[in-house]
Design a protein around this ligand. Structure first.
Ligand code: APR
Length: 311
C-alpha cells in the first residue's frame, strides 16, 4: 500500500485505531509497543481478519522504530489511561516521560511525518511532542475536538431521535473539564440546536459532553474510552493521508489566533497532507471567548506544572 501510518502504543486505543485504518485501507500500519509480543500478536491477529474483512493493508508489529521508517502519519497513544477517580491531569508526569522518549525515537525515522497525539492530558502532551520533535507547528496536532464533538453529536441525536449523520457539532478548548462546546455552531441538518431544544436541555447535553470521558471511565473501571477515540484519530489520519482539506476541531499550536499565544488548544483547523494547513478563526461571542480563554488558562497551568517536573 502506498501510505504508511505508525501507531505507537498497541493498547486499547492504538490497536483499535490500527483496525479502523486497515479496514478502511488508508495505509499499511506499524504497531509499536514496549511490551514484548503484544504488538506482534495484535498485528498478526488483525492481519488474519483481513481475508474476511476484505482489505489488503499490511499490519506489522514492532518493539523498536525501524519498521516505522518514512511513516506519513504517526499516531501516538502510548502511556497510561486513567482509572475511576483520576483526572486526565493525574497522568501528566508518567505520560510526559513516555511521550518524550517515543517522539524522540519516532521522528528519527520519519522526519517528514505528521504527528497525531492521543495520549492524555492531551494538550500538554502536544507540547512535549512539539518540543521534542522540533517539527514545524503544522505537523504536530492533538486528537480531542473530534472526539468531544462526536460525543456531543451522539447526545444531540439521542435527544432529538434523529440520525447521527444529520448532526454536526463543534467543541473547542482544552480536552478537559473546561472544554467549550459551542451550541451556536452545533446543528441538525444545518439547523442550530438552539432552535430545536430549550436552554436547560442544551446545558444538560453540554455537561454530559464535558464529562463524557469520565462517564466511560466510571463504567469500564479498568481504563478509559477507546472505540470513539480510535475513530476520531482515524478520521484525522484519513483527512491527512487523502489530503481532504477537512475542517475538524483539533489541538493546534496557536501563535496569536483567538488572542492565545504559544499554546496548544482545540480550534477548528483545515487538515490536509501538510497536517494543519489553516487555523480557522471564527468570531466568538464574549461568553464563548471568555470560556475559551479560561480553558487556555487551565492548559497553560498544566504546561507550567509539567515544566517544573523537568521531564
Ligand atoms: N513506548 C511504546 N508503548 C508504550 C510505552 C512506550 N514507552 N509506554 C507504554 N506503552 C504502551 C503500553 O504498553 C500499552 O500497551 O501504551 C499502551 C497503552 O495502552 P492502554 O493501557 O490500553 O491505554 P489506552 O486506553 O490505549 O490509552 C492510551 O490514550 O486516550 C488516551 O488517556 C489515554 O493516555 C491514554 C492513552
Amino acid at each position: 500500500m502506498k501510505h504508511k501510518i505508525s501507531v505507537i502504543g498497541a493498547g486499547n486505543v492504538g490497536a483499535t485505531a490500527a483496525q479502523r485504518i486497515a479496514e478502511k485501507e488508508l495505509a499499511d500500519v506499524v504497531l509499536v509497543d514496549i511490551l514484548e509480543g503484544v504488538p506482534f500478536g495484535k498485528a498478526l491477529d488483525l492481519s488474519e481478519a483481513a481475508p474476511i474483512e476484505k482489505h489488503d493493508a499490511h499490519l506489522t508489529g514492532a518493539n523498536d522504530y525501524e519498521a516505522t521508517k518514512d511513516s506519513d502519519v504517526i499516531i501516538i497513544t502510548s502511556g497510561i489511561p486513567r482509572k475511576p477517580g483520576m483526572s486526565r491531569d493525574d497522568l501528566l508526569a508518567t505520560n510526559a516521560t513516555i511521550m518524550k522518549s517515543v517522539v524522540d525515537q519516532a521522528v528519527q525515522y520519519s522526519p517528514q511525518a505528521v504527528l497525531v497525539i492521543v495520549s492524555n492530558p492531551l494538550d500538554a502532551m502536544c507540547h512535549v511532542a512539539f518540543e521534542t520533535s522540533q517539527f514545524p507547528k503544522n505537523r504536530v496536532l492533538g486528537m480531542a475536538g473530534v472526539l468531544d464533538s462526536a460525543r456531543f453529536r451522539t447526545f444531540i441525536a439521542q435527544e432529538l431521535n434523529v440520525s447521527v449523520e444529520n448532526t454536526h457539532a463543534f467543541v473547542l478548548g482544552g480536552h478537559g473539564d473546561t472544554m467549550v462546546p459551542l451550541p451556536r455552531f452545533s446543528t441538525v441538518s444545518g439547523i442550530p440546536i438552539t432552535e430545536l431544544m430549550d436552554q436547560a436541555t442544551i446545558e444538560r447535553l453540554v455537561k454530559r459532553t464535558r464529562e463524557g470521558g469520565a462517564e466511560i471511565v466510571s463504567l469500564l473501571k479498568t481504563g478509559s474510552a477507546y472505540y470513539a477515540p480510535a475513530s476520531a484519530a482515524c478520521e484525522m489520519a484519513e483527512a491527512i493521508i487523502k489530503d481532504k482539506k477537512k475542517i475538524l476541531p483539533c489541538a493546534a499550536y496557536l501563535t496569536g489566533e483567538y488572542g492565545i499565544n504559544n499554546l496548544f488548544i482545540g480550534v477548528p483547523v483545515k487538515l490536509g497532507k501538510e497536517g494543519i494547513e489553516e487555523i480557522i478563526q471564527i468570531k466568538l461571542t464574549p461568553e464563548e471567548d471568555a470560556a475559551l480563554k479560561k480553558s487556555a488558562e487551565a492548559v497553560k497551568g498544566l504546561v507550567e506544572a509539567m515544566k517544573k517536573l523537568e521531564v
